[in-house]
Design a protein around this ligand. Structure first.
Ligand SMILES: Nc1nc2c(ncn2[C@@H]2O[C@H](COP(=O)(O)OP(=O)(O)OP(=O)(O)O)[C@@H](O)[C@H]2O)c(=O)[nH]1
Ligand SMILES: [Mg+2]
Length: 456
């Protein structure tokens, strides 16, 4: 575990711009000395609001405001922290920060306060990530589950899993030490049972984490199809806004258009693209090139047609370019638009491995079923309780840890080897510890904290 550095850092904790109040945070051993110099105070009481003037080193007043002191270790970072609450003006703030740097602090880099909090054991890694996720949350549901993670609910579940794995390991290692020859039958049955129970515990947590990850990451949906089938109309219907230009001229959309919507708190990025066709128009060609790039990156593609006959065809015939051009193979939902012209009913049908949805983008029929379908396709349950905001990183670690457990199980059952099983359990434990950060590398920490905002 790397040790915390001992220099003093400072940064604005509030977003740039004008506002009632702006806060500068200073953390490190020099915080108090710097604060005394700026405010000309001889002593500063911890946990009290001091109404003071902030001076520059020429003795001129920069601003008047509040100063708070949190003495180490009772602070967010675990170090001495000073907060200066000034008026929210970027020039004032700049002058104040300059003064603080002149007095010996250095500008904090992204996520550095949180990183220090983690290194000083004030929070674990999953909690540090939850702070960033709470700030970034794009819906109330996401914010709520981030708070749960921040309070340590997610970490507590991970610790429970780690404890269960440790318990199992202890049991196995005792069996290795005491059994002279092979494992006796009763012991083996007990071990298998324990292992099974841990695996069940795993799935429960995995389900919650998956929901949380959906709340955080959502998914990207690309609307694609031939010109004029109503792709832009569908974007507008889904977003409830007149974002895209709709016209009866084929080839209306050239740029890639993005709208963010939420379904029960899950963020979805909906992308409208240029109609796919052979064309000599240079601008349209570029639009189509960009459309294919978006399709390649999508989680799901809504392939729109406006003639139900086409849906009788297998996708390979209906849209041969898709299998040819797209290597990432996103999921596809077939959309039959303009049902109002066909006097068809809005409905959902299954066509082989695909779902086909009949709707009218223009008259907003069948849009709700489409949303439900998207939610379902993602395995999202809005009602799921105890969802904690999880990241892909967490899911990935959970999945890898589970793999080790499954290997342990097969070592135990098929190969009758407790030694090998115990070894796999050790890996499982290590992998789980990556989530809360007991087992990490500098590289991983760097990657995580650099994505935070400065001042957090
Ligand atoms: N009757 C009817 N017309 C629709 C419906 N959806 C779209 N249209 C019409 O179809 C035409 C094309 O709609 P757009 O949404 O611009 O189609 P697009 O697929 O984005 O077209 P490009 O951008 O050119 O590829 C417009 O005249 C729309 O009003 C629908 O559900 N019913
Ligand atoms: Mg369009």
């Amino acid at each position: 575990m790397p040790t915390a550095s001992v220099d003093t850092i400072a940064a604005a904790a509030t977003p740039p711009g004008r506002g009632g109040v702006a806060i500068i945070r200073i953390s490190g051993p020099e915080s108090v000395a710097i604060a005394k110099a700026i405010t000309k105070q001889s002593s500063i009481d911890p946990r009290k609001a001091h109404y003071v003037s902030f001076y520059d080193h020429a003795g001129e007043i920069i601003d008047r405001g509040l100063m708070l002191f949190f003495r180490s270790p009772h602070s967010f970072t675990g170090e001495d922290i000073i907060e200066l609450h000034a008026h929210g003006n970027p020039f004032l703030l700049d002058a104040l920060l300059k003064e603080i740097l002149w007095l010996g602090a250095r500008l904090a880099i992204a996520g550095e306060f949180s990183k220090r909090a983690f290194l000083n054991n004030k929070i674990d890694l999953a909690q540090a990530e939850a702070i960033a996720d709470l700030i970034e949350a794009s819906s109330m549901q996401a914010a709520r589950s981030a708070v749960r993670s921040l309070q340590g609910e997610f970490s507590a579940h991970i610790h429970q899993l780690v404890d269960a794995v440790i318990h199992l390991r202890t049991y196995m290692e005792a069996a290795i030490d005491f059994s002279e020859e092979e494992i006796d039958f009763l012991q083996e049955a007990a071990l298998q049972q324990l292992l099974k129970e841990v695996l069940v515990q795993f799935s429960v947590i995995e389900t919650s984490a998956k929901q949380g990850s959906l709340l955080r990451e959502g998914m990207t949906i690309v609307i694609a199809g031939k010109p004029n089938v109503g792709k832009s109309s569908l974007l507008n219907a889904l977003s409830g806004k007149d974002s895209a230009i709709v016209a009866s001229i084929a080839g209306t959309t050239r740029d890639v258009l993005r709208e963010q919507i939420h379904i029960d708190g899950m963020p979805l990025q909906i992308i409208d693209t240029a109609g796919l066709q052979e064309t000599h128009n240079e601008i349209e060609q570029e639009g189509i090139r960009r459309a294919w790039l978006e399709i390649e990156k999508a989680d799901r593609v809504l392939f729109v047609v406006d003639d139900p006959i086409l849906l009788q065809l297998p996708l390979q015939t209906l849209w041969p370019e898709f299998s040819r051009n797209v290597s990432s193979k996103p999921a596809v939902t077939l959309i039959c638009n303009k049902i109002d012209l066909l006097s068809e009913q809005a409905r959902i049908e299954t066509r082989g491995e695909y779902t086909a949805i009949y709707l009218s983008a223009k008259y907003r029929q069948g849009i709700e079923p489409l949303k439900s379908h998207l939610k379902e396709a993602m395995g999202f349950e809005a009602s799921a309780e105890h969802v904690f905001l999880a990241r892909r990183r967490h899911l990935d670690a959970l999945m890898r840890a589970k793999e080790f457990l499954l290997k342990a199980q097969s070592n135990l059952i098929e190969r009758q080897s407790i030694e090998l099983a115990a070894e796999e359990l050790r890996y499982a434990q290590q992998t789980l510890s990556e989530i809360t950060g007991e087992f990490t590398t500098d590289d991983l920490l760097g990657r995580i904290f650099s994505q935070f905002c400065v001042g957090k």
